[in-house]
Design a protein around this ligand. Structure first.
Ligand code: ZN
Length: 427
Protein backbone atom coordinates (compact mmCIF):
# COMPACT_ATOMS: atom_id res chain seq x y z
CA UNK A 1 0.00 0.00 0.00
CA UNK A 2 1.18 3.47 -0.82
CA UNK A 3 -0.44 6.42 0.89
CA UNK A 4 -0.16 9.95 -0.42
CA UNK A 5 -0.92 12.11 2.62
CA UNK A 6 -0.09 15.26 0.62
CA UNK A 7 -2.27 14.28 -2.36
CA UNK A 8 -4.63 17.23 -1.75
CA UNK A 9 -1.84 19.74 -2.32
CA UNK A 10 -0.96 18.41 -5.77
CA UNK A 11 -2.32 19.77 -9.07
CA UNK A 12 -5.62 18.27 -10.25
CA UNK A 13 -3.91 16.31 -13.06
CA UNK A 14 -1.52 14.71 -10.57
CA UNK A 15 -4.38 13.74 -8.21
CA UNK A 16 -6.18 12.19 -11.19
CA UNK A 17 -3.04 10.28 -12.22
CA UNK A 18 -2.65 8.76 -8.75
CA UNK A 19 -6.37 7.88 -8.45
CA UNK A 20 -6.42 6.38 -11.97
CA UNK A 21 -3.39 4.19 -11.25
CA UNK A 22 -4.93 2.90 -8.04
CA UNK A 23 -8.28 2.34 -9.77
CA UNK A 24 -6.63 0.33 -12.52
CA UNK A 25 -4.91 -1.87 -9.90
CA UNK A 26 -8.14 -2.28 -7.97
CA UNK A 27 -10.15 -3.47 -10.98
CA UNK A 28 -7.43 -5.86 -12.17
CA UNK A 29 -7.08 -7.37 -8.71
CA UNK A 30 -10.85 -7.63 -8.11
CA UNK A 31 -11.30 -9.52 -11.40
CA UNK A 32 -8.40 -11.84 -10.53
CA UNK A 33 -9.13 -12.46 -6.84
CA UNK A 34 -12.80 -11.78 -6.04
CA UNK A 35 -15.16 -14.45 -7.46
CA UNK A 36 -18.02 -11.94 -7.65
CA UNK A 37 -16.06 -9.43 -9.75
CA UNK A 38 -14.39 -12.19 -11.73
CA UNK A 39 -17.89 -13.01 -12.93
CA UNK A 40 -19.46 -9.53 -13.06
CA UNK A 41 -16.57 -7.87 -14.90
CA UNK A 42 -15.37 -10.84 -16.99
CA UNK A 43 -16.61 -9.38 -20.25
CA UNK A 44 -15.17 -5.93 -19.54
CA UNK A 45 -11.61 -5.04 -20.42
CA UNK A 46 -9.18 -3.27 -18.09
CA UNK A 47 -10.13 0.13 -16.71
CA UNK A 48 -7.27 2.61 -16.84
CA UNK A 49 -8.96 5.85 -15.74
CA UNK A 50 -11.98 7.20 -13.93
CA UNK A 51 -13.61 8.06 -17.26
CA UNK A 52 -13.94 4.31 -17.85
CA UNK A 53 -15.52 3.74 -14.46
CA UNK A 54 -19.09 4.61 -15.43
CA UNK A 55 -19.04 1.82 -18.05
CA UNK A 56 -18.80 -0.76 -15.24
CA UNK A 57 -21.95 -2.19 -13.64
CA UNK A 58 -22.83 -0.95 -10.16
CA UNK A 59 -22.69 -3.35 -7.20
CA UNK A 60 -25.94 -3.51 -5.22
CA UNK A 61 -25.89 -4.00 -1.45
CA UNK A 62 -28.15 -7.05 -1.97
CA UNK A 63 -25.29 -8.84 -3.77
CA UNK A 64 -23.06 -8.29 -0.76
CA UNK A 65 -25.81 -9.49 1.58
CA UNK A 66 -26.55 -12.58 -0.52
CA UNK A 67 -23.01 -13.69 -1.49
CA UNK A 68 -20.57 -12.22 1.06
CA UNK A 69 -17.96 -14.97 0.57
CA UNK A 70 -17.76 -14.29 -3.18
CA UNK A 71 -16.42 -10.79 -2.45
CA UNK A 72 -13.47 -12.04 -0.44
CA UNK A 73 -10.23 -11.41 -2.37
CA UNK A 74 -7.70 -12.85 0.14
CA UNK A 75 -7.29 -16.21 1.91
CA UNK A 76 -9.10 -16.43 5.28
CA UNK A 77 -5.77 -16.55 7.17
CA UNK A 78 -5.10 -12.91 6.21
CA UNK A 79 -8.27 -11.60 7.92
CA UNK A 80 -7.52 -9.91 11.25
CA UNK A 81 -10.81 -8.05 11.90
CA UNK A 82 -14.48 -8.58 11.14
CA UNK A 83 -16.76 -5.56 11.38
CA UNK A 84 -20.39 -5.08 10.42
CA UNK A 85 -22.93 -2.51 9.29
CA UNK A 86 -25.85 -1.75 11.61
CA UNK A 87 -28.37 -3.26 9.21
CA UNK A 88 -30.57 -0.14 9.07
CA UNK A 89 -31.84 -1.37 5.72
CA UNK A 90 -32.01 -5.15 5.59
CA UNK A 91 -29.50 -7.71 6.81
CA UNK A 92 -26.21 -6.45 8.26
CA UNK A 93 -23.16 -6.80 6.01
CA UNK A 94 -20.07 -8.37 7.60
CA UNK A 95 -16.85 -6.83 6.38
CA UNK A 96 -13.53 -8.67 6.69
CA UNK A 97 -10.31 -6.66 7.00
CA UNK A 98 -6.64 -7.53 6.61
CA UNK A 99 -3.84 -5.91 8.63
CA UNK A 100 -3.29 -3.47 5.74
CA UNK A 101 -7.00 -2.67 5.58
CA UNK A 102 -6.86 -1.67 9.25
CA UNK A 103 -3.80 0.43 8.43
CA UNK A 104 -5.75 2.14 5.64
CA UNK A 105 -8.57 2.84 8.10
CA UNK A 106 -6.08 4.33 10.59
CA UNK A 107 -4.47 6.53 7.96
CA UNK A 108 -7.85 7.98 6.92
CA UNK A 109 -8.74 8.87 10.50
CA UNK A 110 -5.25 10.26 11.13
CA UNK A 111 -5.95 12.73 8.32
CA UNK A 112 -9.41 13.57 9.70
CA UNK A 113 -8.00 14.21 13.18
CA UNK A 114 -5.10 16.28 11.88
CA UNK A 115 -7.52 18.49 9.89
CA UNK A 116 -9.42 19.33 13.06
CA UNK A 117 -6.20 20.26 14.83
CA UNK A 118 -5.35 17.10 16.78
CA UNK A 119 -1.70 16.92 17.88
CA UNK A 120 0.53 14.89 20.19
CA UNK A 121 -0.16 15.75 23.81
CA UNK A 122 -3.88 16.23 23.25
CA UNK A 123 -6.59 13.93 24.60
CA UNK A 124 -9.85 12.93 22.94
CA UNK A 125 -13.06 11.74 24.60
CA UNK A 126 -14.28 8.84 22.42
CA UNK A 127 -18.00 8.34 22.85
CA UNK A 128 -18.13 5.74 20.04
CA UNK A 129 -18.24 2.11 21.05
CA UNK A 130 -15.26 -0.17 20.36
CA UNK A 131 -17.31 -3.36 20.59
CA UNK A 132 -20.32 -4.91 18.81
CA UNK A 133 -18.35 -5.12 15.51
CA UNK A 134 -18.47 -1.35 15.21
CA UNK A 135 -15.76 -0.12 12.84
CA UNK A 136 -15.85 3.58 13.75
CA UNK A 137 -14.73 3.08 17.37
CA UNK A 138 -11.74 1.12 16.12
CA UNK A 139 -11.04 3.74 13.42
CA UNK A 140 -10.91 6.65 15.89
CA UNK A 141 -8.75 4.74 18.32
CA UNK A 142 -6.31 3.84 15.54
CA UNK A 143 -6.34 7.36 14.09
CA UNK A 144 -5.46 8.94 17.44
CA UNK A 145 -2.70 6.39 17.95
CA UNK A 146 -1.19 7.49 14.61
CA UNK A 147 -1.49 11.16 15.57
CA UNK A 148 0.13 10.48 18.92
CA UNK A 149 -2.81 11.86 20.90
CA UNK A 150 -4.43 10.09 23.85
CA UNK A 151 -7.70 8.20 23.45
CA UNK A 152 -10.15 8.30 26.34
CA UNK A 153 -12.24 5.23 25.51
CA UNK A 154 -15.55 6.15 27.12
CA UNK A 155 -17.83 4.40 24.64
CA UNK A 156 -21.56 4.28 25.29
CA UNK A 157 -22.19 5.41 28.87
CA UNK A 158 -24.89 7.19 30.87
CA UNK A 159 -24.86 10.96 30.30
CA UNK A 160 -23.60 11.74 33.80
CA UNK A 161 -20.52 9.55 33.26
CA UNK A 162 -19.63 11.53 30.12
CA UNK A 163 -19.93 14.83 31.96
CA UNK A 164 -17.95 13.58 34.99
CA UNK A 165 -15.11 12.34 32.78
CA UNK A 166 -15.01 15.58 30.80
CA UNK A 167 -14.83 17.58 34.01
CA UNK A 168 -12.04 15.35 35.36
CA UNK A 169 -9.93 14.98 32.20
CA UNK A 170 -10.70 18.15 30.20
CA UNK A 171 -10.32 16.59 26.75
CA UNK A 172 -9.20 18.71 23.79
CA UNK A 173 -11.72 17.02 21.53
CA UNK A 174 -14.71 14.70 21.51
CA UNK A 175 -15.93 12.12 18.99
CA UNK A 176 -19.66 11.42 19.28
CA UNK A 177 -22.99 11.16 17.50
CA UNK A 178 -24.79 14.51 17.28
CA UNK A 179 -27.91 13.28 19.09
CA UNK A 180 -25.76 12.38 22.10
CA UNK A 181 -24.20 15.85 22.15
CA UNK A 182 -27.70 17.37 22.08
CA UNK A 183 -28.90 15.03 24.86
CA UNK A 184 -25.88 15.90 27.04
CA UNK A 185 -26.60 19.59 26.50
CA UNK A 186 -30.17 19.09 27.69
CA UNK A 187 -29.05 17.19 30.78
CA UNK A 188 -26.41 19.78 31.63
CA UNK A 189 -28.98 22.57 31.33
CA UNK A 190 -31.46 20.73 33.58
CA UNK A 191 -28.76 19.97 36.14
CA UNK A 192 -27.43 23.54 36.08
CA UNK A 193 -24.01 22.43 34.78
CA UNK A 194 -22.02 25.01 32.80
CA UNK A 195 -21.25 22.87 29.76
CA UNK A 196 -19.06 25.50 28.09
CA UNK A 197 -16.67 25.39 31.06
CA UNK A 198 -15.86 21.71 30.39
CA UNK A 199 -16.58 21.49 26.65
CA UNK A 200 -13.72 20.35 24.37
CA UNK A 201 -12.59 22.88 21.76
CA UNK A 202 -13.50 20.57 18.86
CA UNK A 203 -15.98 17.82 18.14
CA UNK A 204 -15.94 15.20 15.39
CA UNK A 205 -19.53 14.21 14.73
CA UNK A 206 -20.51 10.96 13.08
CA UNK A 207 -23.80 9.29 12.21
CA UNK A 208 -26.13 12.19 11.52
CA UNK A 209 -25.70 15.26 9.36
CA UNK A 210 -25.09 18.54 11.17
CA UNK A 211 -25.13 20.52 7.91
CA UNK A 212 -27.96 21.25 5.54
CA UNK A 213 -27.90 21.16 1.74
CA UNK A 214 -26.41 24.71 1.76
CA UNK A 215 -23.51 23.30 3.88
CA UNK A 216 -24.25 25.62 6.83
CA UNK A 217 -25.24 24.09 10.19
CA UNK A 218 -28.72 22.57 10.31
CA UNK A 219 -30.96 22.79 13.39
CA UNK A 220 -29.15 19.96 15.17
CA UNK A 221 -25.75 21.53 14.40
CA UNK A 222 -26.88 24.92 15.70
CA UNK A 223 -28.26 23.41 18.94
CA UNK A 224 -24.91 21.70 19.61
CA UNK A 225 -22.85 24.78 18.68
CA UNK A 226 -24.92 27.01 20.96
CA UNK A 227 -24.74 24.65 23.95
CA UNK A 228 -21.12 23.51 23.67
CA UNK A 229 -19.32 26.33 21.91
CA UNK A 230 -17.05 23.73 20.29
CA UNK A 231 -16.00 23.86 16.64
CA UNK A 232 -17.93 21.06 14.94
CA UNK A 233 -16.45 18.84 12.24
CA UNK A 234 -18.76 16.55 10.33
CA UNK A 235 -17.68 13.15 9.09
CA UNK A 236 -19.41 10.39 7.15
CA UNK A 237 -18.13 6.85 7.40
CA UNK A 238 -19.03 3.78 5.47
CA UNK A 239 -18.34 0.38 7.04
CA UNK A 240 -18.26 -1.43 3.70
CA UNK A 241 -15.63 1.00 2.38
CA UNK A 242 -13.48 0.79 5.53
CA UNK A 243 -13.05 4.53 5.43
CA UNK A 244 -14.66 7.92 5.99
CA UNK A 245 -15.03 11.37 4.45
CA UNK A 246 -13.95 14.39 6.49
CA UNK A 247 -14.74 18.06 6.80
CA UNK A 248 -11.80 20.48 6.93
CA UNK A 249 -11.69 23.75 8.89
CA UNK A 250 -13.47 25.53 6.00
CA UNK A 251 -16.57 23.38 6.66
CA UNK A 252 -17.60 23.39 3.00
CA UNK A 253 -18.46 19.72 2.38
CA UNK A 254 -16.86 16.38 3.12
CA UNK A 255 -13.49 15.77 1.44
CA UNK A 256 -12.80 12.46 -0.23
CA UNK A 257 -9.36 10.94 0.25
CA UNK A 258 -8.44 10.39 -3.43
CA UNK A 259 -5.81 7.70 -2.79
CA UNK A 260 -8.22 5.76 -0.53
CA UNK A 261 -11.56 5.92 -2.34
CA UNK A 262 -13.36 7.15 -5.46
CA UNK A 263 -16.89 8.49 -5.29
CA UNK A 264 -19.65 9.20 -7.79
CA UNK A 265 -23.17 10.53 -7.36
CA UNK A 266 -25.47 8.76 -9.82
CA UNK A 267 -29.08 8.61 -11.00
CA UNK A 268 -31.32 5.50 -10.98
CA UNK A 269 -29.60 4.08 -14.08
CA UNK A 270 -26.12 4.49 -12.57
CA UNK A 271 -25.13 7.46 -14.75
CA UNK A 272 -23.05 10.14 -12.95
CA UNK A 273 -24.91 13.37 -12.11
CA UNK A 274 -23.40 16.87 -12.44
CA UNK A 275 -22.18 18.70 -9.28
CA UNK A 276 -25.00 20.05 -7.12
CA UNK A 277 -27.54 17.46 -8.24
CA UNK A 278 -28.73 15.00 -5.59
CA UNK A 279 -28.47 11.29 -6.28
CA UNK A 280 -27.13 8.07 -4.84
CA UNK A 281 -23.56 7.92 -3.57
CA UNK A 282 -21.57 5.18 -5.31
CA UNK A 283 -18.07 4.33 -4.09
CA UNK A 284 -15.08 2.42 -5.38
CA UNK A 285 -12.51 1.45 -2.77
CA UNK A 286 -8.81 1.94 -3.53
CA UNK A 287 -6.04 -0.10 -1.88
CA UNK A 288 -8.45 -2.48 -0.10
CA UNK A 289 -7.21 -6.06 0.18
CA UNK A 290 -9.92 -8.21 1.79
CA UNK A 291 -13.09 -6.96 0.15
CA UNK A 292 -12.56 -4.48 -2.69
CA UNK A 293 -15.77 -2.85 -3.90
CA UNK A 294 -16.32 -1.39 -7.35
CA UNK A 295 -19.15 1.07 -7.97
CA UNK A 296 -20.91 0.01 -4.77
CA UNK A 297 -24.34 1.58 -4.31
CA UNK A 298 -24.41 2.97 -0.77
CA UNK A 299 -28.14 3.78 -0.72
CA UNK A 300 -27.28 7.24 0.65
CA UNK A 301 -28.44 10.39 -1.11
CA UNK A 302 -26.04 13.32 -1.45
CA UNK A 303 -24.47 15.58 -4.11
CA UNK A 304 -21.03 16.55 -5.36
CA UNK A 305 -20.13 20.01 -3.99
CA UNK A 306 -19.41 22.32 -6.95
CA UNK A 307 -16.23 24.42 -7.04
CA UNK A 308 -13.02 24.33 -5.00
CA UNK A 309 -12.75 24.23 -1.23
CA UNK A 310 -11.50 27.46 0.38
CA UNK A 311 -8.92 25.33 2.25
CA UNK A 312 -7.11 24.77 -1.07
CA UNK A 313 -7.19 20.97 -0.91
CA UNK A 314 -7.91 19.32 -4.22
CA UNK A 315 -10.12 16.33 -4.96
CA UNK A 316 -13.86 15.84 -4.76
CA UNK A 317 -16.16 16.81 -1.89
CA UNK A 318 -19.67 15.58 -1.18
CA UNK A 319 -22.46 17.35 0.68
CA UNK A 320 -24.21 16.00 3.78
CA UNK A 321 -26.27 12.82 3.48
CA UNK A 322 -29.77 14.07 2.66
CA UNK A 323 -31.43 10.72 3.34
CA UNK A 324 -31.55 7.02 2.52
CA UNK A 325 -32.79 6.11 -0.93
CA UNK A 326 -34.91 3.29 0.56
CA UNK A 327 -36.59 5.77 2.94
CA UNK A 328 -37.81 8.18 0.25
CA UNK A 329 -41.46 9.05 0.97
CA UNK A 330 -44.24 10.28 -1.24
CA UNK A 331 -46.67 12.05 1.08
CA UNK A 332 -49.69 13.61 -0.65
CA UNK A 333 -47.71 14.17 -3.84
CA UNK A 334 -44.60 15.58 -2.14
CA UNK A 335 -41.33 13.63 -2.23
CA UNK A 336 -39.47 13.94 1.06
CA UNK A 337 -36.75 12.12 3.02
CA UNK A 338 -37.40 11.41 6.71
CA UNK A 339 -34.12 13.22 7.50
CA UNK A 340 -35.59 16.53 6.30
CA UNK A 341 -38.51 16.10 8.71
CA UNK A 342 -36.17 15.05 11.52
CA UNK A 343 -34.00 18.14 10.98
CA UNK A 344 -37.11 20.30 11.35
CA UNK A 345 -38.37 18.50 14.48
CA UNK A 346 -35.02 18.83 16.27
CA UNK A 347 -35.35 22.63 16.22
CA UNK A 348 -38.77 22.74 17.93
CA UNK A 349 -38.73 23.64 21.63
CA UNK A 350 -40.58 21.18 23.84
CA UNK A 351 -39.93 18.11 21.67
CA UNK A 352 -37.76 15.70 23.68
CA UNK A 353 -37.59 12.93 21.09
CA UNK A 354 -39.58 11.55 18.16
CA UNK A 355 -40.16 8.59 15.87
CA UNK A 356 -41.50 8.76 12.31
CA UNK A 357 -43.70 5.90 11.13
CA UNK A 358 -44.48 5.39 7.43
CA UNK A 359 -47.35 3.20 6.27
CA UNK A 360 -48.82 2.48 2.87
CA UNK A 361 -52.22 4.02 2.08
CA UNK A 362 -54.83 2.07 0.12
CA UNK A 363 -54.20 4.35 -2.91
CA UNK A 364 -50.48 3.51 -2.95
CA UNK A 365 -49.22 6.80 -1.47
CA UNK A 366 -47.39 6.96 1.86
CA UNK A 367 -49.00 7.85 5.18
CA UNK A 368 -46.69 9.46 7.70
CA UNK A 369 -47.20 9.55 11.44
CA UNK A 370 -44.96 11.57 13.77
CA UNK A 371 -44.84 10.31 17.35
CA UNK A 372 -43.64 13.21 19.47
CA UNK A 373 -42.23 12.63 22.97
CA UNK A 374 -42.91 15.67 25.16
CA UNK A 375 -43.37 16.72 28.76
CA UNK A 376 -45.38 19.77 27.67
CA UNK A 377 -49.17 19.82 27.72
CA UNK A 378 -50.11 18.58 24.29
CA UNK A 379 -52.48 21.41 23.39
CA UNK A 380 -53.70 22.66 20.02
CA UNK A 381 -51.18 25.53 19.96
CA UNK A 382 -48.23 23.15 20.32
CA UNK A 383 -49.69 20.85 17.65
CA UNK A 384 -50.16 23.81 15.29
CA UNK A 385 -46.64 25.07 15.88
CA UNK A 386 -45.22 21.66 14.93
CA UNK A 387 -47.50 21.42 11.90
CA UNK A 388 -46.48 24.86 10.64
CA UNK A 389 -42.75 24.17 11.07
CA UNK A 390 -43.01 20.87 9.17
CA UNK A 391 -44.97 22.49 6.37
CA UNK A 392 -42.44 25.33 6.08
CA UNK A 393 -39.27 23.23 6.30
CA UNK A 394 -40.29 19.86 4.83
CA UNK A 395 -43.45 20.74 2.85
CA UNK A 396 -45.49 17.98 4.51
CA UNK A 397 -48.38 17.85 6.97
CA UNK A 398 -48.10 14.46 8.70
CA UNK A 399 -50.33 13.19 11.50
CA UNK A 400 -48.92 14.08 14.91
CA UNK A 401 -49.50 12.13 18.14
CA UNK A 402 -48.12 13.10 21.56
CA UNK A 403 -46.55 10.57 23.91
CA UNK A 404 -44.24 10.51 26.93
CA UNK A 405 -40.51 10.73 26.09
CA UNK A 406 -40.06 7.31 27.76
CA UNK A 407 -42.54 5.63 25.43
CA UNK A 408 -40.82 7.14 22.36
CA UNK A 409 -37.43 6.07 23.76
CA UNK A 410 -38.70 2.49 24.02
CA UNK A 411 -39.36 2.50 20.25
CA UNK A 412 -36.10 4.27 19.42
CA UNK A 413 -33.97 1.62 21.12
CA UNK A 414 -36.29 -1.40 20.64
CA UNK A 415 -34.37 -4.69 20.64
CA UNK A 416 -31.23 -3.13 22.24
CA UNK A 417 -30.26 -1.13 19.16
CA UNK A 418 -26.82 0.49 18.93
CA UNK A 419 -28.22 3.61 17.29
CA UNK A 420 -31.71 5.05 17.84
CA UNK A 421 -34.11 4.22 15.01
CA UNK A 422 -35.98 7.44 14.28
CA UNK A 423 -37.76 6.09 11.20
CA UNK A 424 -39.96 2.99 11.18
CA UNK A 425 -40.90 1.87 7.69
CA UNK A 426 -44.07 -0.25 7.59
CA UNK A 427 -44.69 0.14 3.86
ZN1 ZN B 1 -11.43 21.90 2.55
Amino acid sequence: MIFHPDIYERPAAEIARISDGLLSETVDRAIACSPYYGEALAAIGPVRSRSGLSALPTTPKEALQARPDDFLAVPAREIVELVSTTGTTGEPVFVPMTRNDVERLSETERRGFSWLGAAPGMRFHLAATMDNLFVAGLAYHEGLRKIGAAAIRVGVQPAQRHLDLMRALRPDGIVAVPSMMAALARLAREAGIDLRAIAPARALLIGDAIRGADLTSNALGRIIEAAWGSELFSTYGLTEAGTAFHECAAHRGLHIHPDILLAEVVDESGAPLPPGEAGELVITTLQVEAMPLIRYRTGDITFVVPGDCPCGRGGMRIGPILGRKAHRLKVKGTTVYPKTIEDALVAIDGIENFVLVAECEADGTDRLLVRVGTRRSADAAFRNAIGETLLAKARVTPEIVFESPASVDASLYEGGRRKPRTFIDRR
